[in-house]
Design a protein around this ligand. Structure first.
Ligand SMILES: [Zn+2]
Length: 191
């Protein structure tokens, strides 16, 4: 769905030799049980054979996506307090929700919005959002034009707001979203 963030053969200055899919939104795709991360990254990074569970938000994501979903900043906006008041996710099944008219009435999901999250609520849009005045995203949440999201706190949060990421002292460019050779899992790198 999103454009390929790494046109140079999957290499990025974030250091991850990770290929991201350029996926067209295919209606039939959404009738199949799948990791919700695949809605954002095309599913190339998903754990093989994953089937989404019920009840908890985290059960919708495979192990890999729980630790790392790279989303272009062009699809993420911080919300003002006023916008937060009219922004909701439905409680029914499904990732995408209808945005209010003031935010373009497209499909979106509100994230980073549970009680223990840090920073502003975020709206994650399926299509680029309308060009209205949005608050700035915190600079350090953005790496190479993308925000790395993790599943935590019952929602998606910027990896930079998690303790494991905060411990990282290295610059963004050397802290990849890296595929471990041994476990094939993505993890916060702290060394
Ligand atoms: Zn996945």
């Amino acid at each position: 769905m999103f454009s390929n963030p790494y046109p140079n053969g999957g290499q990025s200055s974030c250091g991850g030799a990770v290929e991201y899919a350029q996926v067209r939104m295919q209606p039939e795709l959404f009738n199949e049980p799948q990791c919700w991360g695949a809605l954002l990254n095309g599913g190339l990074m998903c754990s093989p054979g994953f089937a989404p569970g019920k009840l908890h938000f985290k059960n919708k994501y495979c192990d890999n996506c729980r630790n790392c979903i790279m989303v272009p900043v062009t699809h993420i906006r911080a919300l003002t307090k006023e916008q937060q008041e009219e922004a909701t996710n439905r409680r029914s099944e499904g990732f995408w929700n209808q945005a209010p008219a003031a935010m373009g009435a497209g499909l979106y999901r509100i994230i980073n919005n549970t009680a223990t999250c840090s920073g502003p609520w975020l709206a994650l849009f399926r299509e680029p959002p309308p060009a209205i005045l949005w608050p700035d995203l915190p600079d350090d949440w953005v790496c190479d034009g993308h925000v790395r999201l993790c599943v935590a706190k019952g929602t998606l949060v910027p990896a930079k707001t998690l303790r494991c990421a905060r411990r990282c002292k290295r610059p963004c460019s050397s802290r990849p979203c890296q595929l471990s050779a041994t476990s094939a899992s993505l993890s916060c790198r702290t060394t």
